[in-house]
Design a protein around this ligand. Structure first.
Ligand SMILES: [Zn+2]
Length: 133
């Protein structure tokens, strides 16, 4: 590759290393990215074989950030849909005592696994019975 397609700087270096990535003000490093890295602008032109893995890692990061930033009102809406009070929801979902109330008040963030469980129960509330006892 003769020059960077982003900024036109000459001779981007072919290398494999981590690339920083930002989504909704959250930062991560995508590890071991193979491609032409531009020292001038930090841009990278991925090797064809590296594109799928990079896209998968970026998509996974988006999902994790979106789960972490879940709207407290959504959590409360799903809980009400399941006809549980916050204390019962803690019991059924396995969250700590008082956690649901804190999530709904926006005073704490649920773990992504809790958010995914809530999304599953939102789509399939009939599965709630599987979590009892
Ligand atoms: Zn560049």
């Amino acid at each position: 590759m003769e020059k960077c397609p982003d900024c036109g700087a000459p001779d981007p270096v072919h290398d494999t290393h981590g690339v920083s990535y930002t989504y909704k003000d959250r930062h991560t490093t995508i590890s071991s990215v193979a491609g032409y890295h531009c020292a001038q602008c930090g841009g990278v032109t991925l090797d064809r074989a590296a594109v799928e893995r990079y896209d998968d890692l970026v998509a996974a990061f988006h999902r994790r950030v979106d789960d972490e930033l879940v709207d407290p009102a959504y959590i409360a809406a799903v809980r009400r849909k399941l006809k549980l009070d916050p204390r019962e929801a803690d019991d059924v979902l396995g969250t700590g005592c008082g956690d649901m109330a804190r999530y709904e008040a926006g005073r704490a963030h649920p773990h992504p696994s809790t958010v995914r469980l809530l999304k599953l129960l939102d789509r399939h509330p009939e599965l709630l019975g599987e979590l009892h006892g």
